[in-house]
Design a protein around this ligand. Structure first.
Ligand code: ADP
Ligand code: ADP
Length: 226
């Protein structure tokens, strides 16, 4: 079980910017939760606190019943996907996906099994030997997701992962991401400023404004009010 539970989480940056104001949030195991809201409302800060990349000024974050501390995400079964894919340009797609597992001394047959399974899910099997520059934007984004999937994390954190793609591809990738999340069933938290993206993806939609949760519920409940 990897419920994500935030209790009274607050973040004050130096200079007294109160980026997140006492947020309470419970994300059940297997849920795709989308944080949506205007630029500067505190989405990334909240996500980074869940990842343990940013300290919490007050309150607590727990994943699967365990408090999140300042250990790096790799140590806590969390995988993040960002908008700048940060693939290693000199490495093949296979090696990009295998890199993190090799660092953790995962046995080679297990690495191969996981990379091939992820490549299958993402339909990038024919591209495993290519370098990132030989891929389209959408394919690169799939590789970035593949790197997260092979870690078999308890929680995926997505920070505007599709915002560098053109509109058509964004729609396609959004559908694929939803399908993928359903089939893996991994608890996921997805940050976006795009309302349409939020509506189509979310099991649980969290609308933020000025550091607070303004609305929360299913997309239907939040957007289709009489
Ligand atoms: P969003 O992801 O919704 O755009 P952020 O979480 O990035 O919002 O930012 C929330 C607020 O915190 C903004 O006012 C932003 O300027 C401020 N902020 C973000 N990161 C820092 C930082 N490292 N130091 C100081 N202020 C920050
Ligand atoms: P090595 O190349 O020294 O055998 P690697 O860890 O790079 O070690 O590769 C492990 C296995 O992964 C290989 O046996 C191969 O089957 C597969 N593999 C590695 N690179 C690629 C690639 N670019 N495309 C397809 N499969 C690969």
């Amino acid at each position: 079980m990897a419920d994500v539970i935030l209790s009274g989480v607050r973040k004050v940056y130096p200079g007294a910017v109160e980026a997140v104001k006492a947020v309470d949030l419970r994300i059940a195991d297997g849920t795709l939760c989308v944080l949506v809201g205007p630029s500067g409302c505190g989405k990334s800060t909240l996500l980074r606190m869940i990842a343990g990349l940013e300290t919490v000024s007050e309150g607590a974050v727990a994943i699967g019943g365990e408090p999140v501390n300042d250990r790096e995400p790799a140590a806590r079964d969390i995988a993040m996907v960002f908008q700048n894919y940060a693939l290693y340009p000199h490495m093949s797609v296979y090696d990009n996906m295998a890199y993190g597992l090799r660092n953790r001394r995962t046995p080679k047959p297990e690495i191969e099994r996981r990379v091939r399974a992820a490549a299958g899910l993402l339909a990038i099997e024919p591209m495993l030997a290519r370098k990132p520059r030989q891929l389209s934007g959408g394919q690169r984004q799939r590789v970035a997701m593949g790197r997260a999937i092979v870690r078999e994390p308890k929680v995926f954190l997505f920070d505007e992962p599709l915002s560098n793609l053109d509109a058509k591809l964004r729609v396609q990738m959004r559908i694929e991401l939803k399908r993928l999340q359903r089939s893996l069933g991994t608890t996921s938290i997805y940050v976006t400023h795009d309302q349409l993206e939020a509506m189509t993806l979310a099991d649980l939609l969290v609308v933020m404004n000025e550091g607070r949760i303004e609305q929360i519920g299913t997309a239907m409940a939040v957007y289709e009010k009489p």
